[in-house]
Design a protein around this ligand. Sequence first.
Ligand code: SF4
Ligand code: SF4
Length: 289
Amino acid sequence: MSEALPYPLEGVVSWNMNTTCNYRCSYCTQRFVESRARWARDLPGFLAAFAALPGDWEIKLSGGEPFVHPGFLSAVGELARAGLRVSVVTNFSASDDELRRFAELTAARPGLVSASLHLEYVDPEVFVARVSRFREHHRGTLCVTCVATRDALPRLAALAQRFAAADLRFKVQPEKQDRDVIDYAPHERELLLSLGGHNETGMIAANLGGRLCWAGARYLIVDHVGEAYRCYPARRYRREYLGNVLDETFELRLDPVACEYDYCNCTVPQQRGMVDITAAPAAPTKGAR
Ligand code: SF4
Ligand code: SF4
């Protein structure tokens, strides 16, 4: 085990539990997936697999839009009853009642609610009001995110001020096309960095190749059929497969190992101390793209 990179006490699973969504954002990274109508069906199997993970874990639910999964709230309740922290990435289109129920179910061990503002669908003032109402019930962390498309970019500074005035944390996320961050012009990069970079990491497209990372041991990505990968880049390139959480093929790593990728869009490991983002840039990693 690395002394320089302490063991992360709480592991994190990013569970993309469905591909279904009630929006069709023009920049959605899932718009090319084979089907936008799929969701995790064997919920008891997933719940048993997550409850059996070694140590302490947070399950971060995303999709698609997780609130449109037909078993969403019952899955949240079961995960919380199993002692897991439950977080969610949502477009915040669920009803106030459903959102309040989520807060109630997770109250014993609340997680992060990441509310994605999609300007193609929602008026920011309506969004501020909805998130503010939800905050009355939610005891965990709450933030608003927005994808920095070229159309959205000129509005982001004002939006950041508006959310700050409402005492809401606002993070920007670079737009991706064909797996990579779009080719922002220098002044656009400057603006993005002035807003904190990708999810307040201070970077737009992090290259952490060669650095030790706990992803694969204390962080993993699971899709709606149970396929598990070390992290998002690993899944994108179909490398570092961890097996399927619904059967005996699943195996977590035990230690941190070097990152094989030249673009890390996984801000969970970056922000939870699972990879040392302060270390000197690494030499190109063999096999990294
Ligand atoms: S809300 Fe999210 S998942 Fe749904 S279409 Fe928009 S970007 Fe894609
Ligand atoms: S891409 Fe990011 S999460 Fe994946 S191994 Fe590299 S540093 Fe870790």
